[in-house]
Design a protein around this ligand. Sequence first.
Ligand code: LLP
Length: 420
Amino acid sequence: MWYDFQYKGGEYRVEDVSVKKIVEAVGTPCYIYSNSALEGDFDVFREAFSEISPLICFSVKANSNLAVLRTYANLGIGFDVVSGGELLRVLRAGGDPGKIVFSGVGKTEDEIKAAIEAGILFFNVESIEELQVINDVAKELGKKARIALRVNPDIDPKTHPYISTGLKKSKFGIEISKALDVYKEASRMEGIEVVGIDAHIGSQIFQLDPFVESLRKLIELGDALKNEGITIQYIDIGGGLGISYKEGEMPPHPKEYADVIKREINSTPYKLVLEPGRVLVGNAGILVTKVLYVKDGASTKFVVVDAAMNDLIRPAFYDSYHEVITVHESLGDEETVDIVGPVCESGDFFAKDRGLPKVKRGDLLAILSAGAYGFVMSSNYNTRPRVPEVMVRGEEFFIVREREAYEDLFRGEVIPDFMK
Ligand code: LLP
């Protein structure tokens, strides 16, 4: 919750721990998560849907740190995974395999096998070919795989094109007009048990209509299936609810989202499945970085920090906005600066033309709302070790992922003999 990240006594704190104290222990850059915020934001979401108790499957791609996943596992929720690696993480974190849904356009046979063996709830199947492969793998294992078809409802979620996934031209899902035939085929397959319908239309969505429109199409399809003698139990509407990255930005409150969804699903026999990612973790984490240099360009003042696009790629990739604040509360005059990282790309920035209190070499900055699609999208570009992740709980903090060492970065690389 917002109150888990605040200035107290002139210093920015996560819960009851000063960011400065964490930095003294782990250095910069570092990600810091608030356990209380994770739980609080989840409570708000769960509470919004409480009357219909849906299956909430946290979308692991948003933040897959084991301690984050364990937080959710302890709350008894499910998980949406998109790879064998994510599946393994959830199991390692103590997640209930019976509450896992497996999405993604390119599942390999090994991943399918591992998921069937783990006993996941269902696969969200994205093509006929995939359906056939799942059928084959299940038969080989002497099991039945539960599936939902991910349909493409052709809906514009009115968000960034890179994170719109339910449009006709998108690579995701099966065209909704063809779904009925695919379901019929699926219901005849020996290794397949049809249990649901799924769609995910995009991410960071601020309008409720696209969700409603998509859900209506799924319910309509469910009813059409019933007429064909195919009964489904689950309707999975994916994730996508937006969060506020900027002061004044007003995404729908989870309660408003829940209200419009409940209105549609209430009178149906289907159990709702949700795959929220960002809305659960986005505002529960920050990235802390140190000012390396302040320099005057020809027309721009640059604040060069020690974090870079490889640590948080969202601004470079989507031109996303993240608030940047000073860790030491500063009430002085603001100046307009670009906040940039050390990576050799012009796209390596966190903020452009941004008002920031005057800072100097050594000052700490916090990049806010970095809990979702932050560390998980980080890379070793420019041979930069990936940064540590820290979890705060009350007055304590825990390193939940160590900083990588240079040796970690060379691991597995070999100079062939002929070069010696
Ligand atoms: N379910 C499926 C099938 C998804 O593909 C996604 C996200 C979610 C659920 C969770 O969506 P959320 O509730 O977090 O919006 N890297 C981008 C976002 C990519 C989203 C990909 N899919 C970003 O940083 O904005």
